[in-house]
Design a protein around this ligand. Structure first.
Ligand code: DGJ
Length: 694
């Protein structure tokens, strides 16, 4: 039975128990793990011996302010301007309902009320946590740290942290470190989550299988900090980071932090990825049911050299091989011969479309293709008409030079007039022409980030305003143009997190489409994100980081692990290549439902000679295995040898599985124990196997 001072939130397979501390006025974690884990004395209990620190520093606290927790890292730092920092609150009230919990604490001296909020997500093993902060006094509050939550993971040795790191063109690299003591921090000050780190972290107790994960729902500046605490736990603090260094809360105002999604799986990182995939399917809601169409995007083929004739030539071949959607990327508007101009003046270039853009769109559609368009709504080129008319719309600091990044400036999307301009622009583009796909790109972070002429620049909270503007426009797109599929992109994977994922249909993980580079990106990406959001193109791009050549089949199988697109210059492909592409696209159409709705298992890592991704749809009795040879391509074995094997997981050992393509039938036991065989050779380095349960 739950005691009055202890509350348990239950998801499909997990339980999360919070209690009021016996040691002071704070909430602390009692248990988190598989259902029923709270039944027993808390595994987070501790000796209560503290030397030189306070009990609050040693507690597995859910959320504590600086003041009450003076040394070990606080989740909130608040003060009244001009006064000492610190909050010393008391427990005030609890509100409990099915799947939700709210614990309120109040400090009447400083005038602050904090509500720790919890909510379970139906059909998933995710608990959302956030905090609501209200200024209850008669003087404003200065909040210099406003984390969403503190998350404790008890560990018996060094914690194993897994995170996704990289740079432009090399995002989502799966990276691990062991944290015996000290602090690990990652984040972004780039107004987007950035390419360097995904706002996602997994924590394990050393080599133990169980995995805990957190992911922050915030499209702007953020941080995530994991600290090995003296009492043998790792405590993760995560939240947004105000651009001005602090947020001010006026009397009566409430600030709601972004939500931190918290997930647990007893089945390691692989199981944890399935929890995140299910959560992202939940975020997609009804829109998950729409099949993701096979896209052709002309960016890698034509770059800025966009004109009706060249695009139609590509569209014809794309239609012939089975693409369903044609997207014109950057370069369709005037002044865009290169990246030095054009942004902001979102009208089709009459010189590129001499018969009119409407006619061009209809010609593409007459090929049986849907039509899509690229935009970069937050961007403006210094030589554009938009900038001449509204120089006040860009981020700038009076008296300071405004630097260009990729030759462009960034609009202050926190301004309502800028939001209204972007909404009107998109409405016009989406209604004047039959556009059913929109790729929203963003290619520069703000550097001199100020709002010229604004009073009290330190009180603006520009980062949160930009996020709110961005989400307002995305929400508008969903409401006003529900038939339009939206792709999120920021110079590749610079803005991928749950707020974006809840409002887009797919995201572009990286500009790097080279086969082995892409595989490494997708391997990391799939730990945090689901296949139905993972846009992936087949191109001719050579490797940047791993230049080893791979076949067209490899490029297709790799791209089919998510949402298949083609980005190669199809005009240069031979008849044989086009025929092979048509065969792969047909196969993809047959399996995409499984790929986008399935339970995913990552079979090994790209560092293994054979890597695979297994997709199971138990209801349909179908298993799809994408198998990729990542090792040497030194030809067929000239001496006796055996094929490579990919051991499958999660199948019924007693069932039989049939591969119609090869005609082979395997028992589940065989597939689990020996695995699927792959006899790789120099010209056979990838395969897609579809197994039907008999
Ligand atoms: C960056 C994107 O990631 C690319 O796919 C492409 O759209 C270019 N921008 C266009 O400028």
């Amino acid at each position: 039975m739950t005691s009055p001072r202890r509350w348990t939130l239950r998801t499909e397979n997990t339980g999360y128990t919070v209690r009021l501390s016996p040691d002071g006025p704070w909430a602390e974690l009692d248990a988190w793990g598989p259902l029923g884990v709270e039944d027993g004395p808390s595994a987070l209990d501790w000796s209560r011996r503290t030397h030189f620190i306070t009990p609050a520093d040693a507690a597995p606290a859910e959320y504590l302010p600086y003041g009450l927790r003076p040394f070990a890292g606080a989740d909130l730092v608040a003060s009244r301007p001009g006064e000492e920092r610190g909050v010393w609150w008391d427990f005030e009230a609890v509100e409990e309902a099915a799947g939700s919990l709210r614990l309120a604490f109040a400090d009447d001296v400083i005038g602050l009320r904090a509500v720790l909020c919890y909510s379970t997500v139906p059909g998933t093993d995710v608990i959302l946590r956030w905090t609501e902060l209200t200024c209850t006094g008669d003087r404003e509050l200065r909040l210099e740290r406003i984390d969403s939550a503190g998350v404790t993971v008890p560990v018996s040795g060094p914690a194993r942290l897994t995170y996704l790191t990289g740079q432009w063109s090399q995002e989502f690299q799966h990276t691990q470190l062991d944290l015996p003591r000290g602090t690990f921090t990652m984040g972004s000050q780039q107004a987007v989550p950035g390419h360097a780190y995904a706002p996602w972290l997994a924590v394990q107790d050393g080599a133990s299988e169980a995995a805990y994960g957190v992911a922050l729902e915030w499209s702007g500046n953020w941080h995530m900090t994991a600290e090995a605490e003296p009492g043998g736990a790792v405590r993760v603090r995560a939240g947004r980071v105000p651009h001005e260094g602090a947020v001010f809360l006026a009397p009566g105002e409430t600030l709601t932090t972004p939500r931190l999604a918290c997930a647990f799986s007893p089945d390691g990182l692989d199981g944890l990825s399935r929890v995140w995939h299910r959560y992202e399917r939940h975020l997609a809601g009804e829109r998950l049911r729409r099949p993701r169409k096979v896209l052709y995007n002309s960016w890698e083929a034509t770059g800025f050299d966009v004109d009706a004739a060249g695009q139609l030539e590509l569209a014809k071949v794309a239609a012939d091989i089975g693409a369903e959607l044609f997207v014109v990327d950057d370069g369709w508007f005037p002044g865009r011969a290169d990246d030095t101009g054009g942004l902001g003046d979102w009208y089709p270039d009459p010189a590129a479309f001499p018969q009119g853009f409407g006619r061009f769109v209809e010609e593409v559609r007459a090929l049986g293709l849907d039509f899509g368009l690229w935009v970069e709504p937050e961007a403006v080129s210094p030589n554009s008409r938009l900038y001449a008319e509204h120089p006040e719309w860009v981020y700038r600091i009076d008296g300071r030079p405004a630097r260009l990044v990729r030759n462009q400036l960034l609009l202050d999307l926190g301004r309502t007039d800028v939001q209204d301009f972007v909404i009107a622009t998109l409405d016009r583009l989406l209604t004047e022409h039959a556009v059913s796909y929109l790729k929203w790109d963003m290619n520069r972070p703000p550097t001199e980030r100020g709002r010229p002429g604004a009073d009290h620049a330190d009180h603006l909270d520009l980062d949160a305003q930009h996020v709110a503007g961005y989400l307002r426009v995305l929400d508008h797109l969903r409401a006003a143009h529900p038939h339009v599929t939206v792709e999120g992109c920021a110079g590749g994977g610079g803005r991928i997190e749950h707020a974006t994922l809840a409002r887009t249909d797919v995201v572009w993980p990286s500009d790097n489409t080279a086969p082995l580079d892409r595989l490494s990106i997708q391997y990391g990406f799939l730990h945090a994100h689901a296949p139905h959001v993972m846009s992936s193109w087949v191109t001719d791009a050579p490797g940047v980081f791993d230049p080893r050549p791979r076949s067209l089949a490899f490029r297709f199988v790799n791209a089919m692990c998510g949402v298949l697109g083609i980005g190669a210059d199809l005009r240069a492909w031979t008849g044989e290549q086009r025929a092979e592409a048509a065969r792969w696209i047909a196969r993809y159409k047959d399996v995409r439902d499984v790929v986008h709705h399935a339970d995913v298992r990552l079979l090994g890592t790209p560092a293994d000679p054979t890597f695979g991704v297994q997709y199971d749809d138990p209801a349909a009795g179908r298993t799809v295995v994408a198998a990729l040879s990542t090792g040497r391509l030194d030809g067929a074995p000239l001496v006796p040898g055996r094929p490579e094997r990919l051991r499958l997981r999660g199948l019924d050992p007693r069932a039989r599985y049939h591969d119609a393509e090869s005609g082979s039938t395997y028992s589940g036991a065989h597939l689990l124990h020996y695995g699927l065989p792959f006899a790789w050779s120099a010209d056979h380095d990838a395969d897609l196997v579809v197994l039907t349960r008999q």
